[in-house]
Design a protein around this ligand. Structure first.
Ligand code: FES
Length: 225
């Protein structure tokens, strides 16, 4: 059939009408759908960093469940903290994650991401030790040690127990993750991890430390998100 101006306009109007109808129908259909199933109770969500419970023998055991404060820490001292902001389930599929909080000597690259203390000589930083970016084990903070891979002695490092990747908490750099996203990390020093250990930006509220939720995309790996 020859396409005349009249048949062309008729077809275009029919198409526009059906598109408009579809656009109007989607919100209407959404109202008929049941609300998404959630496992996490928004009433118990918290963005504060709380000292982890059930950590016998640690310096922070007497503080378990309390909000971490920078004054609690000595230099190079670490603590495991829980974090459960309400955005976590939608972004990462978890109700709560465990992070490691450390007071470290101040480095310029930390200023934007941590909380300054001790007259500017120290910074409180949080690291996503819930999942190693290699195969999802849990890196631990080490005061010192000797690398089983290279034999090098080291101080203040995160060491992943599964395949011995080491991450330097004092060297905060920007890297590209496996999905091409820009991520701020503790630099990978050695081992098979594809990039460094992501940080969680920290803020302070009413004297206590909180984890900022504006960079949750940095934590989306190993099935998180
Ligand atoms: S899971 Fe951490 S190095 Fe392999």
């Amino acid at each position: 059939m020859a396409i005349t101006r009249r048949t062309f306009l008729k077809g275009a109007l029919t198409l526009a009408g059906s598109s408009l109808g579809g656009a109007l129908a989607v919100p209407a259909l959404k109202t008929l759908l049941p609300p998404p199933i959630t496992r996490c109770d928004p009433e118990v969500a918290y963005d504060t960093l709380l000292y982890k419970r059930r950590e016998p023998g640690t310096w922070y055991e007497p503080l378990k469940g309390k909000v971490a404060r920078k004054e609690d820490f000595k230099l190079n001292q670490s603590a495991m903290v829980t974090w459960a902001p309400k955005e976590l389930e939608e972004e990462l599929g978890s109700c709560e994650v465990v992070l490691t909080l450390v007071k470290l000597p101040a480095e310029e690259a930390m200023a934007e991401w941590g909380i300054s203390d001790d007259g500017g000589n120290a910074v409180m930083m949080a690291y996503h030790t819930y999942k190693c970016p290699h195969l999802c084990c849990k890196p631990v903070f080490m005061d010192e040690g000797v690398s089983s891979l290279s034999g090098a002695a080291y101080e203040t490092m995160f060491l992943c127990p599964c395949h011995l990747s080491r991450f330097d908490p004092l060297s905060i750099i920007e890297e590209t993750d496996e999905l091409g996203r820009q991520v701020m990390v503790a630099e990978l020093v050695e081992g098979p991890a594809p990039y460094g250990l992501p940080i969680v930006p920290v803020a302070e509220r009413d004297g206590g430390l909180i984890g900022r939720t504006d960079k949750l995309e940095w934590l989306k790996y190993c099935g998180q998100g």
